[in-house]
Design a protein around this ligand. Structure first.
Ligand code: HEM
Length: 477
């Protein structure tokens, strides 16, 4: 058994860097190499920042489901405490402690997570679908409007998936456009500060500026509550402070925007590569093969924990290799069909509380686009698309396409959303909310237009809903 100092210094196998373009280009090859060392192996999150990557499915589940052994609070990490990992750096930004549920454990985690879970439970899937369709419709109109000048080309990541995820989040979170613009500016400043690294004072100032902007929004929602996540969190009986609310809001934004647009882009890539999958299945396949948070589930052992032939040292980050574990469980496409056992939503106490809404957003985003623009095609072969380097996320750098017509093709337009308040702000208080996955499109497809190139799933009929419910029951969901 290798000791806690496995890695170059301890004479163990060399640590694989997870931050290089080579890793981003072919993570599967790195996972395969690491798997030969056992279910857990040494990696680096940044130059000189050691961690352990768990590549085995059973072992990954063990980490996620053992809060008595593996905790979220990064204040246990000596390298962060002693400044080896500067707090003002990309890794420091991602892994520092904040007063939200994601870096909390035990009763404190439960208290903060309950507020998010209860707010998400009030999201009405029908309203969410209408919001996505409405925002997607506006972005597609803009793509068509620019088509004459762009030669029918666009980058579906920058021109569709990214703005769509942000617009949808702003609407469901209760962030009107004027606030959203100020928040985005402050968040961009924070990211730049941390990417440049170094100056702790600049890092503090950037955080203070962002939190001040979120506090303005909280004050607005407390004055005029709406049917939105922030208002629901603010009025929750847990009575969060403004600081807790601000960080919970930031946490929601950080999960609801980047992973969401990465999932939409990864699913569109599969659909446009022409493997003939229905949209909902392409979203699921992307979760299996290009998990947006491939390395984001980081935990800290409370003591040295043996795993396979190695030991996970107390306090050293353990990265649950979501993508690696998915690949171990179901390497062949046949083993993935109709199977939702992937770890792309995490598992255990910190597992994603928003998987229903997130699936719905991705599915409706892809359906709406492909219905309106059936001639879309990848501008380069799928295998030539570039992925961004970074240990935490699986993210396409761009998704260039052709085939956008200069005028809308004949055919049905998505119904105008009813969820839109006249001022672009949050909706009316008291609107009923639903939760869970009930609003997900089923896979009926019976009303598929003849000759359609993509197997777009339309709003489910009663029969299709029943079939979908049966299928879910069959899969044990
Ligand atoms: C579409 C893509 C999404 C993916 C792939 C995803 C995946 C995940 C994963 C893997 C975790 C657990 C991470 C860990 O164990 O460290 C997680 C947690 C979380 N997700 Fe999601 N998520 C997505 C979308 C969303 C959305 C849309 C929201 C909110 C609106 C959200 C809110 C959260 C929150 C608050 C947590 C932390 C829960 C806790 O600490 O108890 N996620 N997500």
């Amino acid at each position: 058994m290798t000791g806690p100092d496995a890695g170059p210094a301890g004479g163990g196998p060399p640590a694989e860097p997870l931050y290089t373009p080579e890793f981003a280009a072919d993570p599967g090859a790195v996972y395969a190499r690491l798997r030969k060392l056992g279910p857990a192996a040494p990696v680096e999150l940044a130059p000189g920042v050691p961690a352990t990557l768990v590549t085995g499915y059973a072992e990954a589940l063990h980490v996620l489901r053992s809060p008595e052994l593996f905790v979220k609070d990064p204040r246990r990490w000596p390298a962060l405490r002693d400044g080896t990992v500067p707090p003002v750096s990309p890794v420091g930004l991602t892994l520092s402690h904040r007063p939200h549920c994601y870096t909390a454990d035990g009763p404190e985690h439960l208290r903060l997570r309950q507020v998010i879970g209860d707010a998400l439970d009030r999201l009405d899937p029908g309203t969410l679908r209408a919001v996505v369709e409405e925002q997607a419709g506006g972005l597609i109109d803009a793509l068509i409007g620019r088509a004459a000048g762009s030669g029918g080309r666009a980058d579906l990541l920058a021109d569709y998936a990214v703005p769509l995820s942000a617009l949808v989040f702003d609407r469901i979170a209760g962030c009107p456009p004027a606030h959203a613009a100020r928040l985005q500016e402050a968040a961009a400043e924070l990211l730049v500060t941390h990417r440049q690294g170094g100056d702790p004072a600049a890092g503090e100032a950037a955080w203070a500026a962002l939190l001040a902007r979120i506090r303005e929004l909280i004050a607005e929602r407390r004055r005029r509550p709406g049917a939105d996540l922030l208002s629901w969190m603010a009025e929750h009986p847990a009575d969060l402070t403004d600081t807790e609310l601000a960080h919970q809001f930031m946490l929601l934004a950080s999960f609801a925007v980047p992973p969401q647009h990465n999932l939409i882009a990864a699913a569109l890539r599969l659909l446009l590569a022409g493997d003939g999958l229905p949209v909902a299945e392409a979203v699921e396949e992307a979760l299996w093969t290009d998990s947006p948070l491939a390395g984001r589930a980081v935990y800290f052992p409370v003591r040295d924990v043996p795993m396979g032939e190695t030991v996970l040292p107390a306090g050293r980050p353990v990265v649950v290799g979501i993508a690696a574990a998915n690949a171990e469980l179901a390497p062949e496409p046949e083993r993935r069909r109709g199977n939702r056992a992937h770890l792309s939503w995490g598992a255990g106490p910190h597992g994603c509380p928003a998987r229903g809404p997130a699936r719905l957003i991705a599915t409706v985003a892809a359906e709406t686009l492909l219905e309106r623009l059936p001639d879309l095609a990848l501008a380069v072969p799928a295998e030539e698309l570039r992925w961004l380097p970074g240990p935490f996320f699986r993210a396409l750098a761009a998704l260039p396409v052709t085939g956008i017509p200069a005028a809308p093709p004949p055919g049905p337009r998505p119904a105008a959303a009813t969820a839109s308040p006249p001022d672009g702000g949050p909706g009316q208080p008291g609107r009923p909310g639903l939760s869970g996955e009930t609003g997900e499109s089923g896979r009926g497809g019976g009303d598929q237009p003849a000759g359609a190139r993509f197997a777009v799933t339309r709003k489910p009929t009663a029969l299709a809903r029943m079939q979908a419910a049966l299928a879910q029951w069959w899969r044990g969901e």
